[in-house]
Design a protein around this ligand. Structure first.
Ligand code: NAD
Length: 558
């Protein structure tokens, strides 16, 4: 392993604890790694776990090991929690983020398994396969009763066109279905590539589809998405499949729609409460021939189990080794995956956050809102999921919090810190104006608002072009003195003299004026530091309204 301080290689090994059965492929990676010391303690008791956790750099779990606040506190040396699977309900993400522990999952490992299970459910319910099977096993030979429907030529509505939804869409197209998709967060380009028709009115499209399949995560927005109202909008005699998450479909309302004949059939792999109770509405005897139910086995294939273990373990190992890794669920974005230009905008946004904090630090009071507006094609790429903040917004927030909270405000905890401090974070996108791609940052505090506009030139130079409504133009770099002054003759001369007398050299100077306001805003890049005493002289003896200094490190161009 590499010593974090010296950067030198040491003989010390990364200590991994595995507490649940993992696919062999995953375990093999850890057993083969020369820099890993592995302990497998399947089903370790909670007390024992809390005792041994301080020894480990990483823990690999499935859903059966609660990594709650107490466990995370016990893992004083933990740097990674890896979940061999998708859900991270057993991990206290907030607590892990506060302690800088990376939480990794394996969301792609079971995509194919869940896609194929959706197809199995869809075909089973439409062709009545399980009922025909049960009938034959009972000694019957009833071919007429099991006359199903054909997929080809029918309309499918996919709700949620992510990994699994896309896989289902392309397989159903291969079956000859016409596919519509409802997913406001997916780009037109992706819909076109998949050959599906975008629909924006969920209720309207429900009335057109012969088969509806949901593939959204469970969120505030999607909870109860297919409720009584949606089920009344659905085309008479349609089929419904839920192989995503329990709670997206109102199960009682679905049972009633089946009973009324509004739905011809439904198939569920997931339930609001798992396992469902004996009196669950979908288990009612009168619905037996219209419903196919499986016990949340969407991810259960040998291949998927091996794949999730491999993904979780190899990413955990890479994270510890300081190499590139994927699927950190508590990082708002993966900096290493950004390209050069994106990283440059990221650094600019962070500096804008710092500058905004400095502009209001004296009498602004507590911040209440951080608003970031991204303008221009490069910054507004529409593949960013609509429910996630873009990296630039998080970077501006981080910069702001570095000043108000301290240097440990990293990308992981910046959104959490903002929420804890009651700072609303708003990200919007807009049309570019003077510059092709610009970031607007506005921090609203109780008594003041700081606004900045920044851009990057074609050569890659960061520029701040507007600050508190003053047009300026400076490169945010190095040691800076920023002040607002009465726009009178001689003021700048006095300031220059005072700085010179105190051995502070002016490397760059930029002045912005606002018509008729009688005020100006100046930004100086200086060599040397402005002492508290000099600052106080500047503020009192010269016509300054306020002044602040800021040191911006980080490159303007790389
Ligand atoms: P994904 O993140 O790749 O895709 C989810 C899609 O839903 C995204 O495209 C997103 O834009 C879209 N979405 C989010 N909110 C939406 C909304 N309000 N309206 C419309 N679209 C919305 O996820 P995935 O890997 O494809 O998984 C899809 C679902 O399948 C998840 O609920 C996941 O938990 C579930 N899943 C189930 C099993 C199983 O065992 N049955 C296995 C794996 C995944």
């Amino acid at each position: 392993m590499v010593n974090e301080r010296s950067g030198q290689k040491t003989d010390k090994k990364f200590r991994f604890l595995v507490t649940e059965h993992l696919g062999d492929d995953g375990l093999q990676i850890l057993q083969d790694a020369g820099d890993v010391q592995l302990d497998v303690k399947i089903g370790v008791a909670r007390d024992e776990l809390l005792k041994i956790l301080p020894a480990y750099d990483a823990i690999v779990t499935r859903s059966g090991t609660p990594m709650d606040k107490t466990a995370i506190e016990a893992g004083t040396n933990l740097r990674v929690i890896a979940r061999a699977g998708v859900g991270v309900d057993n991990v206290d993400l907030q607590e892990a983020s506060k302690r800088g522990i990376i939480v990794i999952n394996a969301p792609t490992g079971n995509t194919l398994a869940a896609t194929e299970q959706t197809m199995a459910l869809m075909l089973s319910v439409i062709r009545l396969t399980p009922y025909a099977h049960a009938s034959l096993k009972m000694g019957e030979w009833d071919r007429k009763r099991f006359t199903g429907r054909q997929m080809s030529g029918k309309k499918l509505l996919v709700i949620g066109l992510g990994r699994i939804g896309s896989g289902v869409a392309s397989r159903c197209r291969a079956f000859g279905m016409e596919v519509m998709a409802y997913d406001p967060y997916v780009s037109e380009k992706k819909m076109q590539e998949l050959g599906v028709q975008r629909v924006t009115d969920l209720m309207g499209s429900l009335s057109l589809a012969d088969v509806v399949t949901v593939h959204v995560p469970i969120t505030k927005e999607t909870h109860g998405m297919i409720n009584e109202k949606a089920l009344r909008a659905i085309k008479h005699g349609a089929y419904l499949v839920n192989c995503a998450r329990g709670g997206i479909v109102d199960e009682a309302a679905c049972a009633q729609a089946l009973r009324d004949g509004r739905l011809a059939g439904a198939a569920f792999d997931v339930f609001t409460q798992e396992p469902p109770s004996a009196d669950h509405p979908l288990l009612a005897d009168d619905l037996t021939d219209k419903i196919v139910l499986t016990p949340h086995i969407g991810a259960n294939t040998v291949e998927a189990q091996g794949e999730v273990a491999k993904i979780a373990v190899s990413n955990a190992l890479s994270a510890l080794r300081g190499e590139e890794y994927d699927h950190a669920v508590n990082l708002p974005f993966m900096e290493q995956h950004l390209n050069y230009k994106q990283k440059n905008f990221l650094r600019l946004a962070r500096k804008m956050g710092i500058l905004a904090a400095k502009l209001i630090e004296n009498d602004g009071g507590p911040a209440v809102k951080c608003k970031v507006t991204l303008r221009g094609p490069f910054l507004c790429d529409d593949d960013t999921p609509g429910n996630k903040l873009r990296p630039y917004t998080v970077a501006a927030l981080k910069g702001f919090l570095e000043v108000t909270h301290g240097p440990d405000a990293n990308y992981m905890i910046a959104p959490i810190l903002a929420a804890e401090r009651g700072i609303e974070v708003e990200e919007t996108t807009g049309e570019p104006r003077t510059y092709r791609n610009v970031i607007d940052v506005a921090i609203e505090a109780q008594n003041a608002t700081a606004t900045l506009t920044g851009t990057i030139t074609e050569e890659g130079r960061q520029h701040i072009v507007k600050m508190n409504d003053y047009w300026v133009d400076f490169v945010p770099h190095g040691q800076m003195l920023i002040f607002q002054n009465h726009d009178r003759p001689g003021v700048i001369g006095k300031i220059g003299k005072l700085l010179g007398d105190n051995n502070v050299n002016i490397a760059n100077f930029n002045l912005g004026r606002k018509d008729t306001s009688g005020l100006a805003l100046a930004v100086m890049e200086i060599d040397g530091t402005v002492s508290d005493e000099l600052m106080s002289t500047l503020e009192h003896d010269v016509d300054m309204i306020w002044a602040t200094t800021v040191k911006l490190n980080g490159e303007t161009k790389e």
